[in-house]
Design a binder for this molecule. Structure first.
Ligand code: ADP
Ligand code: ZN
Length: 611
């Protein structure tokens, strides 16, 4: 398993390792600074967005420094994938976790004792134990990497108490450089990570959190299933995730999609472990599968070619939204983040917050986060600018790759409408939800209207000139602006918020967005369809290369992307190398992969050229 042959003895240069082992021609962004800092023994905190290439920041130093690197990772599936990808690149790596049999575990121990491993992935609950420390006594530890470091913070969304123990690593392994990595953008969590992991002396590396290859769009819900279907039509053959809030909705949506001819599988915590693992495995190993899931799925999923993430329900916050959508497009290729949302989501989220067991202070923060998310949904500005502004990052806007940039939102002076809507809320006693308020405004004599005598209110029918759909939108936007508040105690009743009085008095104007005609895709270029961005001749070769990759991956029982990623196959299709020497120049082709797969893929290219 060891691969001494491809790595010369003596101190290794990071750029050589990057090229020879991983097949990358150059470091990206600040990778090189991090790698050189850690390789020379410094501590680091790395705050890069998903897809920036955090793994290289510890994998390259691990191969440059003598000894074995300890990589703390929160999920077994994640460890397994990373180890497999490293082995494919000819690196000697192993994982130690509860999924191993005693025999397998003792093999790993022996490898550590023999100095045969370059990287050892370990679960957090194990790494701070005395048993582990003892085992590592016999080895030389080159560095300690703490992946998904936000798990140490309660402010983050994936708090894991076991991570708290990691504060002791500095004392347990004195003199060993430590590197903590996370894609968390929120400043409170970042500060907490540094404190909790005892890394105040570490150098902090951070970059913009923008994910330029992800196209954001958020649509008003109007027949969610139809909207989803037309969104997915642009993603035939692509892998993607559809998020739903409840397990029941996950099951329903997955079977409905299947009935529509889309290969879709459900994933949620209520399924038995075997079925869940099988579905996750299928998602990783097959091309073009739609996984319908609760947010229980996704953390630590390293699949680089997830082409879309769709939300059928509102996430809990902008942080969660960004984390979940961030699972798309790790490989830097065009990808879609799409969401359909409506007022019912707001009511549901409010109920979840209010009925939860969190202390009042936390509930207050969560309500604020929900309002901020609503603001993002209803913004007339560039979505990217709004998201990044939330994380304290300035972006000039006009990104050209979000729905509001691609088809700018028209606005209208909604002051009169706001006054009418808020009057309807106020005059009916701040006790009714959006549906009833709309009925009052348009003057619809429902049974409920008559029961409460609302037909005799002055506001009854005062908004006849405006369509019910538009009123729904007005109410959502007033809620996003904090002029109306969803009161859960009142079962989703709308009440007046701060600032309502100013509008009533004519001291504040209200500008509203005009909702677009409902089309899920609003005429954008399709983000991907995998090969869609390739010229026709290349696309055919690309598909043939993909088929070869799938065959090899199936043979070995590994995900296709650990063999070669899409970016590499696309480069092969475009450049059509005719020799091994030409092939190793392609991105993502290192020496070990060239030796193993070079001939097979050359044959596919030759065959395609002849045919
Ligand atoms: P992160 O952990 O930050 O989300 P990964 O480590 O998974 O990111 O890397 C994301 C993608 O970028 C992978 O497909 C990886 O192969 C690729 N990558 C990383 N570093 C480089 C580089 N220097 N040159 C080219 N591709 C790179
Ligand atoms: Zn934009």
């Amino acid at each position: 398993m060891s691969d001494v042959s491809i790595r010369p003895q003596g101190p290794k240069d990071p750029s050589d390792v990057l090229r020879d082992v991983f097949g990358h021609a150059a470091f990206r962004g600040q990778q090189e600074d991090v790698v050189r800092h850690v390789t020379s023994g410094g501590d680091a905190v790395v705050l890069f967005p998903t897809g920036a290439g955090k793994s290289m920041c510890y994998q390259v130093p691990a191969l440059c420094r003598p000894g074995v690197a300890i990589i703390v990772s929160p999920l077994i599936a994640l460890m397994r994938d990373q180890v497999e990808a490293l082995r494919q690149a000819g690196v000697s790596a192993a994982a130690l976790n509860s999924s191993l049999t005693p025999d397998e575990a003792s093999l790993v121990r022996r490898q550590v004792a023999d100095g045969a491993l370059d990287l050892l992935y370990v679960a957090p609950e194990r790494v701070a134990t005395s048993g582990f420390r003892q085992m590592m006594n016999e080895a030389h530890v080159s560095l300690i990497a703490i992946d998904e470091a936000h798990c140490v913070s309660q402010w983050g969304h994936d708090f894991r108490p076991e991570y708290r123990e990691l504060a002791r690593l500095g004392a347990l392994f004195p003199g060993v450089p430590r590197i903590a990595l996370t894609a968390t953008a929120d400043p409170m969590t970042r500060a907490d990570i540094i404190e909790r992991l005892d890394l105040s002396g570490a150098r902090v590396f951070s970059t913009s959190f923008d994910r330029p290859n992800i196209a954001y769009s958020i649509v008003e819900r109007d027949g969610a299933r139809g909207q989803l279907l037309s969104f997915l039509a642009a993603h035939k053959g692509d892998s993607g995730i559809v998020y739903c809030l409840s397990r029941a909705k996950v099951d329903d949506t997955a079977s409905w999609l299947s009935s529509q001819g889309i290969r879709a599988l459900p994933y949620h915590a209520g399924m038995d472990a075997g079925r869940r693992a099988a579905h996750q495995d299928a998602f990783l190993k097959e091309d073009g599968l739609c996984l319908v899931a609760t947010v229980a799925f996704g953390m630590g999923i390293d699949k680089p070619d997830v082409r879309y993430v769709a939300h059928l329900d509102l996430p809990s916050s902008i942080e969660a939204y960004y984390q979940e959508t961030g699972r798309a497009g790790r490989d830097g290729q065009p990808s879609d983040a799409w969401m359909s949302y409506g007022m019912a989501d707001v009511v549901q989220r409010r109920r979840m917050i209010d009925e939860g067991n969190a202390p009042d202070e936390v509930k207050r923060i969560e309500r604020g986060k929900l309002t901020a998310l609503l603001g993002l949904c209803e913004t007339t500005e560039c979505r990217r600018k709004s998201i990044l502004a939330y994380f304290g990052e300035a972006h000039p806007g006009a990104c050209g790759n979000c729905d509001t940039c691609r088809s700018p939102v028209a606005t209208w002076d909604g002051t009169d409408a706001a006054v009418k809507a808020m009057a309807a809320v106020y005059r009916t006693g701040e006790r009714f939800g959006a549906g009833h308020i709309v009925d009052v405004l348009i003057g619809k004599s429902t049974e409920k209207i008559l029961r409460f005598g609302h037909q005799s209110q002055a506001v009854f029918g005062a908004g006849k000139e405006i369509d019910a759909k538009v009123w729904q939108s007005v109410l959502r936007q007033l809620t996003a602006a904090g002029l109306l508040v969803v009161d859960h105690e009142g079962h989703g009743a709308l009440t007046l918020g701060d600032g309502a009085r100013e509008v009533f008095r004519g001291e504040r104007r209200v500008t509203l967005r005009k909702d677009r005609p409902k089309k899920a895709t609003d005429g954008r270029r399709t983000a991907s369809a995998s090969a869609a961005d390739l010229p026709e001749e290349d696309a055919a070769i690309f598909q043939a290369l993909r088929a070869e990759r799938l065959r090899i991956a199936k043979d070995q029982g590994v995900p296709p992307y650990v063999v070669f990623q899409d970016t590499t196959l696309k480069a092969m299709a475009a450049r059509r190398p005719a020799s091994l020497a030409a092939m190793i120049a392609l991105p993502g082709v290192g020496q070990a992969k060239l030796d193993r797969y070079g001939d097979a893929f050359l044959a596919v290219i030759e065959e395609a050229a002849r045919g």
